[in-house]
Design a protein around this ligand. Structure first.
Ligand SMILES: Nc1ncnc2c1ncn2[C@@H]1O[C@H](COP(=O)(O)OP(=O)(O)O)[C@@H](O)[C@H]1O
Ligand SMILES: [Mg+2]
Length: 409
């Protein structure tokens, strides 16, 4: 798949941007701070309904504006879909598909797939577990949008359960009605939590080998990457690896047992101590955990392998025509050594559309520029297409609605 047109209104540095895009490789070039990442962030937002840089919408909306708009037209094996998002603060975003009436946000998930790699991804290896949980959940949700319902249920039940534990914290007379309420939240949290954990564990089975494959392709090194799951619900000393064989019903039981085991502590501390919100993805490089042990170069390669592995998993999950996710490489090449650059450039040739940002052309390996279709010079608030390869057909700049030819879904 590829994005063939991106329009932005009051998004970051762009008051109004109308940008036709082509399949193949597009390179956004310009000095630091001109707005290159802002463009690819918008494309990624259209796929994931989130930013890789900030949690909320606030910073995405141009300063002084009330709302921002991201509109992306997606071409998947010739079928075009227009995704349109109005980003708001303090009220829900408005999501429209093919200009029809607004729909729920999650209905838009799955139309466009992206895999974005940026220097921020080093936190996947080095940072706290929340980054790794989000990585797993976002990837699982991109492939199975229904998971977003379980994630929302989980977050809601967790809030309620924490509120109960907090309000009754340490209280001796935890009465019958408190106990009954806790039982309700235990059940709801374990139901949603088992769905979330089940999705993560299932994803890990597919992801582990693909991440290692990507790591081998990037480094040729002697080390292998392996992924494991560390669940807070597993009793201390018990076997974490056994989780790989658990059904969703087993995971429900595991969480219910953990609540029982931890009740005293949870009531003392007034907070939920077990569940997928406290779990971690364990990344091992060779014999050691990557976190705390990997060198700088290994950390980069591991982070990049997690993203390329995600890209392979998407492809294996949906091998249909036009299903390959848009690959976005933000500010990546300058940081890699010559060999890794060359390797990455080779891999990039497999994607239908690749969007790359770089401060200067020299940051890009020549192997990459051999496939270059388009170079876009970025300056504050505006872009100029510098060159387009012969194979790229000119796009129609006036098209921001669904195709009149009766495509679209
Ligand atoms: N909501 C916003 N409104 C206006 N300007 C913004 C907003 N968010 C970020 N910026 C500006 O965008 C610039 C950074 O753009 P970015 O795309 O990250 O640059 P780069 O080209 O280095 O990737 C900064 O100058 C920042 O002040
Ligand atoms: Mg940038």
């Amino acid at each position: 798949m590829f994005v063939d047109h991106l329009s932005l209104l009051d998004f970051r540095t762009y008051q109004a941007l109308d940008l036709p895009l082509t399949p193949g490789l597009t390179v956004f070039v310009g000095p630091n701070g001109v707005g290159k990442t802002n463009i690819v962030e918008a494309v990624d937002w259209a796929a994931t309904l989130g930013s890789h840089r900030v949690p909320g919408n606030g910073p995405l909306i141009a300063t002084g504006a009330e709302r921002g708009v991201v509109r992306a037209r997606v071409d998947r094996a010739g079928q075009r879909t227009v995704l349109e998002y109005e980003l708001n603060v303090g009220r829900p975003n408005r999501v429209r598909i093919n200009r029809a009436a607004p729909v729920r946000a999650r209905e838009a998930l799955g139309t466009l797939h992206t895999v974005l790699f940026s220097p921020e991804d080093l936190t996947l290896v080095k940072g706290d577990p929340s980054h790794r949980r989000r990585f797993l959940d976002d990837l699982a949700t991109a492939m199975r949008p229904v998971l977003s319902a379980a994630r929302a249920d989980y977050d809601r039940a967790l809030k309620q359960r924490n509120a109960l534990l907090k309000s009754t914290r340490g209280r001796r007379g935890f009465d019958e009605s408190d106990r009954a309420t806790l039982a309700v939240w235990n059940d709801q949290l374990a139901r949603a939590g088992a769905a979330v954990m089940g999705a993560r564990l299932q994803l890990l089975k597919a992801l582990g080998p693909e991440v290692d494959r990507a790591y081998q392709q990037l480094t040729d090194g002697p080390k292998h990457v392996s992924l494991g799951y560390e669940s807070s619900s597993v009793a201390p000393g018990a076997d974490q690896e056994a989780l790989g064989h658990f059904s969703v019903a087993d995971l429900y039981d595991l969480m219910m047992q953990a609540f029982e085991r931890m009740e005293r502590q949870e009531r003392d501390r007034g907070i939920t101590l077990v569940g997928p919100h406290r779990d971690d993805l364990l990344i091992r490089l060779g014999e050691t955990p990557a976190k705390g042990y990997a060198s700088h170069g290994e950390t980069w390669s591991t982070a990049l392998a997690l993203r390329l592995g995600s890209w392979y998993v998407h492809l294996a999950d949906d091998p249909g025509r036009g299903s390959a996710p848009v690959l976005i490489l933000d500010d990546v090449f300058a940081e890699l050594d010559a060999r890794r650059r060359r390797r990455l450039a080779e891999l990039v040739g497999q994607a239908e559309q690749v969007l790359v940002t770089a401060a200067v052309d020299e940051d890009l390996p020549s192997a990459l520029l051999e496939h270059t279709h388009t170079v876009v010079d970025v300056s504050p608030g505006a872009v100029a297409v510098r060159s387009a390869a012969a194979s790229a057909e000119p796009s129609d700049p006036a098209t921001d609605g669904p195709d009149t030819g009766g495509h679209g879904g």
